[in-house]
Design a protein around this ligand. Structure first.
Ligand code: COI
Length: 356
C-alpha cells in the first residue's frame, strides 16, 4: 500500500464546461501523480502534486534511447454519480508486460491501481459528462539516468496525468478512411510492436503524414516480413465482419493486445457471433470486398472506442464499406461498450471498477 503525499494545487484552472467541444488530449487537470525508482531502493516517494512542467537533465536516457512505457485508460461519471474505471487491471497487466520488454522495473499491480484511483479521485470534478466524453488517464514511465551509454537506466519516473477528452477522431462515430500501407512497416515479431511505447508510434508517423496528405485518417499496417497480413491501425486494433463471422488479426507478437479488442471479442462470443482470431491477408480482404461478403469494418481502442471504418484503400483499389455508413454490429458494440463504461448497461463481465 502506497503512502501517497499530497500537495494541493492552490491555483486551480477553470474546468471546461459542457459547452466546451472537447477534442482529444489537449487539456490537462490540476494535479498529477509522480513516483520515483532507483536501483536498490525500488519505487518510492509516491506523491500527488500540482500539474506542472518537470525538470530533467538533457542527458536523461529517455531522450536518447526512448526507454519509456505508456498506457491509456479512461474514467467515466455514471448518472448516479459513481466514478468508474474500465478494466484497469488489463492496462496494469499490459503496462508491466511492456515494462519487462523495455527493461523498466515493474510496478506492483496494487500500487498502480491505488495510484490511478488516487489521482482520479483528486481531480474527479474534471470528468466530463457529455455523451462521447470521458477523463483519459495517461500513466507513463521514463528513464531518467543522466547517461549517454546504451543500457537500461537505474532511475525512472512514473507519472500519471489526466485529460478530459472527446472523440479521438474528428469524425466522431462517423466512419473513418484508412490507408493500407505497403511501403513502411510499424513492427516485426520479436521487436517491440506488442509493447506500448513511444517508439512504435514514431515509427508510424511518416506513413501517417503521407496518408493524411491523401485525405486518410489513419494507416492500416501489414506484417513486416511478407507485407501480406493485416496487423493493426496503430491507434487501434482492427476487426472485419465477413459473411457473419467476426475476424481479427491474431496476437502474433507485433500487434498491441488491446483492452477494447479483448472486450469486443468477449462480447461477440457472448452474443453467439462466431469470432476468429487468425491471420487475415489483404488479398482475403480485397476478395471479400469484391464478392460482397465484407459486411463491416471497425477499429477498437481506448481512445478510439469503437470506430467504424467506411473506406479502405490498398494501392489503387478502394473499398467502400456499408456505403460509408455505420454497421449494425459496430453500432451495437459502441452502445454496449460505452453503456458498460458509463454504468448504464449491465456489466455482465464485471469490467467496471468504482473509484471510492
Ligand atoms: C489509447 O487508445 O489509449 C492509445 O494509447 C492510443 C493513442 C494513439 C492515443
Amino acid at each position: 500500500m502506497l503512502n501517497i503525499r499530497y500537495e494541493k494545487n492552490t491555483a486551480p484552472k477553470p474546468i471546461p464546461g459542457p459547452e466546451n467541444p472537447l477534442t482529444f488530449g489537449t487539456i490537462f487537470t490540476d494535479h498529477m501523480f509522480l513516483m520515483n525508482y532507483e536501483t536498490g531502493k525500488g519505487w518510492h516517494d509516491p506523491r500527488i502534486v500540482p500539474y506542472a512542467d518537470i525538470s530533467l537533465d538533457p542527458s536523461a536516457m529517455v531522450f536518447h534511447y526512448g526507454q519509456e512505457m505508456f498506457e491509456g485508460l479512461k474514467a467515466y461519471k455514471a448518472e448516479d454519480g459513481r466514478t468508474l474505471l474500465f478494466r484497469p487491471d488489463k492496462n496494469i497487466e499490459r503496462a508491466n508486460r511492456s515494462n519487462r520488454r523495455l527493461c523498466i522495473p515493474e510496478i506492483p499491480e496494487e500500487d498502480f491501481l491505488q495510484a490511478i484511483k488516487a489521482i482520479v479521485k483528486t481531480d474527479e470534478a474534471w470528468i466530463p459528462t457529455k455523451p462521447g466524453t470521458s477523463l483519459y488517464i495517461r500513466p507513463f514511465v521514463i528513464a531518467t539516468d543522466p547517461f549517454l551509454g546504451v543500457r537500461p537506466s537505474d532511475t525512472y519516473l512514473f507519472i500519471i496525468i489526466l485529460s478530459p477528452v472527446g472523440a479521438y477522431y474528428p469524425e466522431g462515430l462517423n466512419p473513418v478512411k484508412i490507408w493500407i500501407e505497403d511501403d513502411y512497416v510499424r513492427a516485426v515479431r520479436g521487436g517491440i510492436g506488442e509493447a506500448k511505447t513511444g517508439g512504435n508510434y514514431v515509427a508510424s508517423m511518416a506513413a501517417q503524414v503521407k496518408a493524411h496528405e491523401d485525405g486518410y485518417s489513419q494507416v492500416l499496417w501489414l506484417d513486416g516480413v511478407e507485407r501480406k497480413y493485416i496487423e493493426e491501425v496503430g491507434a487501434m486494433n482492427i476487426f472485419f465482419k465477413i459473411n457473419g463471422t467476426v475476424v481479427t488479426p491474431m496476437l502474433n507478437g507485433s500487434i498491441l493486445p488491446g483492452v477494447t479488442r479483448d472486450s469486443v471479442i468477449q462480447l461477440c462470443k457472448h452474443w453467439g457471433i462466431p469470432v476468429e482470431e487468425r491471420k487475415v491477408s489483404v488479398d482475403e480482404l480485397l476478395a471479400a470486398a469484391k464478392d460482397g461478403s465484407l459486411e463491416e469494418v471497425w477499429g477498437t481502442g481506448t481512445a478510439a472506442v469503437i470506430s467504424p471504418v467506411g473506406h479502405l484503400r490498398f494501392e489503387n483499389t478502394v473499398i467502400q464499406i456499408k456505403d460509408g455508413g455505420i454497421g449494425e454490429l459496430s453500432q451495437k458494440l459502441y452502445d454496449t461498450v460505452t453503456g458498460i463504461q458509463l454504468g448504464k448497461t449491465e456489466d455482465a463481465f464485471g469490467w467496471s471498477v468504482i473509484v471510492e
